[in-house]
Design a protein around this ligand. Structure first.
Ligand code: PLP
Length: 385
């Protein structure tokens, strides 16, 4: 129940990748036969990926992961425009890689505005318009939140940005292959995706850059990826990414419906435990995301206890699991910092069944009760005084 952190490699994806580790191992930049074969696979994969997001072939570049793509957006824009002309606006619920890259730029002197969300995690469109009127040059808003699951009105946000002449970037690492992503109808200028959230390999991501949008590269060297990202191509990873999105696109609608049903059953069952609340939007929500605050319980303890019963879960996002601080996303939606420490994220995936949901709904109330019994925070706990 931690598919938002990562997913297992689909066996069909592994099969598609295998020849590119052994037989077709050429450098995609070489002009010999080995290289040309590898190059063909890279370009075929680029075509598939572009097709899955309704982009053109030349608008997609491969990166090492979504973290790199997100860094490239904010830093590549800032470096291109220069300090005087850059004004970045990001939502307060961005993934840490967007947030930290932007904060780093702010420390260097770049102008940054943080856009608030409401208590369900929806971006405040009035504040966005205000920021746009004040001369923002690029806006970054996560498509589906990796923590609380809220899905934004991306098309509306994109339209507002376009009307005001600002670039619009969205991080779709949690949505690509799960719900529709269409760069044209959603007015997206820059889009981040990766493979390991959709049963593809780790260590491969991609960035859509609409034709006419200029970013500076972060990595300099060879002329790979239209001169935007130097470094020998990860050909097996690229092939695996394309195969993974092809498989996900074919089953997306039914799988989203199946997961939403399991998700809703989990949410309903968990909310029967007293002193709990759902974080994120009740409807406009990723099909696989459940995020609940349990009063008087530490999320970390919950995760560890669930783990001993064979249930993999997470408190907050996997990337900040070792952080002592309460999640910036939960704080952004107004959750009290103490309550935020009692949050649990369950994220469903391809291999979860109704029996898994039953199992969690049997184990979780029992574990919560035990933990509350010994909690110094709990009014009824033995250590309450
Ligand atoms: C929304 C979001 N953005 C970015 C990332 C980073 O992805 P990657 O592991 O490919 O760098 C993740 C995953 O952790 C994510 O959920």
């Amino acid at each position: 129940m931690d598919y938002a952190a990562t997913t297992p490699l689909d066996p069909q994806v592994f099969e598609a990748m295998k020849p590119y580790f052994t037989r077709i191992y050429g450098n995609a930049e070489s002009v010999n036969t080995f290289g040309l074969e590898a190059r063909g696979a890279v370009e075929e994969s680029r075509k598939k990926l572009a097709g899955a997001m309704n982009a053109e072939f030349s608008e997609v570049i491969f990166t090492g992961n979504a973290t790199e793509a997100n860094n490239m957006v904010v830093k590549g824009h800032a470096f291109r425009e220069g300090m005087g002309r850059t004004h970045i606006a990001i939502s307060t619920i961005e993934h840490s890689c967007v947030l930290k890259a932007t904060k780093w730029l702010e420390e260097k002197g770049y102008k940054v505005t943080y856009l608030p969300v409401d208590s369900l995690g929806d971006l405040d469109l009035e504040r966005l318009e205000e920021a746009l009127r004040s001369g923002v040059t690029i806006v970054s808003v996560i498509h589906g939140s990796n923590e609380i699951g809220t899905v934004q009105h991306i098309d509306k946000i994109g339209r507002l940005c376009r009307e005001h002449g600002a670039l619009f970037h969205t991080d779709a690492a949690q949505t690509f292959g799960k719900i529709p992503v269409d760069v044209k109808s959603m007015n997206i200028d820059l889009l981040t995706v990766n493979a390991h959230k959709l049963y593809g390999p780790k260590g491969i991501g991609a960035l859509y850059i609409r034709r006419g949008v200029d970013l500076d590269p972060l990595l300099h060297g060879g002329e790979h990826e239209f001169g935007l990202r130097a470094g020998t191509h990860n050909v097996p990873g690229i092939v695996g990414f394309a195969k993974a999105i092809e498989l996900r696109a074919a089953e997306m609608v039914e799988e989203a419906e199946r997961l939403s049903r399991l998700r809703d059953r989990l949410i309903k069952g968990i909310l029967e435990i007293e002193d709990t609340r759902l974080n994120g939007h009740p409807v406009k929500r990723l099909p696989n995301n459940v995020n609940i605050c349990f009063k008087y319980v530490e999320g970390e303890s919950l995760v560890l206890h669930l783990d001993t019963e064979g249930i993999a879960a997470s408190s907050g996002s996997a990337c900040s699991a070792r952080s002592e601080e309460a999640s910036h996303v939960l704080r952004a939606i107004g959750v009290d910092p103490v309550d935020a420490k009692g949050s649990l994220r369950l994220s469903l995936g391809k291999y979860n069944t109704g029996e898994d949901v039953d199992y969690v709904l049997e184990a979780l109330p029992r574990i919560v009760k035990q933990l509350r019994h010994i909690s110094p925070l709990s009014p009824g706990g033995v250590r309450a005084n």
